[in-house]
Design a protein around this ligand. Structure first.
Ligand SMILES: Cc1cc2nc3c(=O)[nH]c(=O)nc-3n(C[C@H](O)[C@H](O)[C@H](O)COP(=O)(O)OP(=O)(O)OC[C@H]3O[C@@H](n4cnc5c(N)ncnc54)[C@H](O)[C@@H]3O)c2cc1C
Length: 295
């Protein structure tokens, strides 16, 4: 009997979940290993840019979107010192029927996994991080899970994100481009729609810079730009609302003050941009943020 190749994909983010689905659909025996039991994370990027939509279309997966929490972006609006500068209306280019679309990432990932689960050659290990790599001479030959089990593979694909353990254990160096900024990320829950009117809005003024958009699942997401070397300001909820309101046109400022009680505590997100010097070696491939962090 001929040897049936086995692939282990590490990480069920956008890269790993879609690759595992494509392999399973092609009849390849694939095991997807995901460290988390849930794909909900406090922050998972939501914006599907034209290239992301194009990739979903090429995989025949665009039809998943209407059934998921989603919201087409109306445009990109810029406000400087409380004054409207301009709004660039979506779609900015490419396919006129495909504006940049906000999609709940956990819901999209779950939909990809559900579809993958309909193919007999697909298997998944959830809540089970890969802790080590298995080698046969110079070739990667599988992974070891936290519970001690070993999964042999002809190919291991590291899709385990920017801190990739697979990349590190394989000794593939990451060249990082220094980023001068971090982001303070907030969520604001409110029972009524904001005056952003579907636009990704960036507000600039002497007090700072922040962006805001309505999340696909409701509520607002707000990112305050911080210099990397700057300490996170210790402000109360009202203090943050006042900082944001100071940069906002009157209608948005009033709305922020009205719903200030819905503002959650900020999380500081480290911006990381980099490129692994090599993406492959015998038995191993890196994809997604594991190969080129960009968030
Ligand atoms: C706040 C924020 C907002 C963003 N917004 C956008 C946006 O709007 N649009 C956009 O295109 N991009 C955005 N990005 C970037 C985008 O999220 C990433 O580029 C994308 O998630 C990378 O996908 P990935 O599958 O390579 O890795 P990830 O999404 O990081 O997924 C990696 C997966 O691997 C799992 N994992 C990690 N280690 C192990 C292990 N040892 N064993 C098993 N599993 C493991 C993790 O649990 C995770 O599920 C944003 C990033 C951030 C931080």
């Amino acid at each position: 009997m001929s040897h049936r190749p086995k692939v282990v994909v590490v990480g069920a983010g956008p890269a790993g979940a879609s690759l595992a689905l494509l392999l399973a659909r092609g009849g390849v025996a694939v095991t997807l290993v995901e460290a988390g039991t849930s794909l909900e994370r406090q922050f998972r990027g939501e914006a599907l840019m034209p290239s992301g939509l194009e990739a979903l279309a090429a995989m025949g997966l665009l039809e998943l979107i209407p059934d998921l929490p989603h919201r087409p972006l109306v445009g990109w609006r810029f406000v400087v010192n409380g004054q409207e500068l301009f709004t660039a209306t979506e779609p900015l280019g490419g396919d006129p029927s495909r504006p940049c679309t906000l999609v709940s990432q956990p819901a999209l990932l779950e939909a990809l996994l559900k579809l993958a689960g309909t193919y007999p050659s697909f298997a998944i290990e959830r809540g089970q991080p890969v802790v080590d790599l298995l080698w046969q001479q110079e070739r990667l030959a599988g992974v070891q899970l936290r519970d001690g089990r070993q999964l042999p593979a002809d190919l291991v694909v590291g899709c385990d994100g920017r801190g990739s353990l697979v990349r590190q254990k394989a000794g593939l160096a990451l060249q990082s481009s220094p980023s001068p900024i971090d982001l303070l990320w907030f969520q604001l829950a409110s029972p009524v729609a904001s005056p952003l009117a579907g636009c990704f809005t960036t507000l600039v003024g002497p007090e700072g810079v922040f962006s805001a958009f309505e999340s696909a699942s409701g509520g607002l997401q707000l990112g305050w730009v911080m210099g990397k070397s700057k300490a996170t300001p210790e402000l109360s909820r009202e203090g943050w609302i006042e900082r944001m309101a100071a940069l906002s046109p009157p209608q948005l400022a009033a709305w922020l003050r009205q719903w200030s009680s819905g503002l959650g505590a900020p999380s500081r997100l480290t911006v990381q941009v980099g490129l692994a010097e090599r993406w492959c070696q015998p038995g191993l491939l890196l994809l997604g943020d594991a190969a080129h962090p960009m968030g």
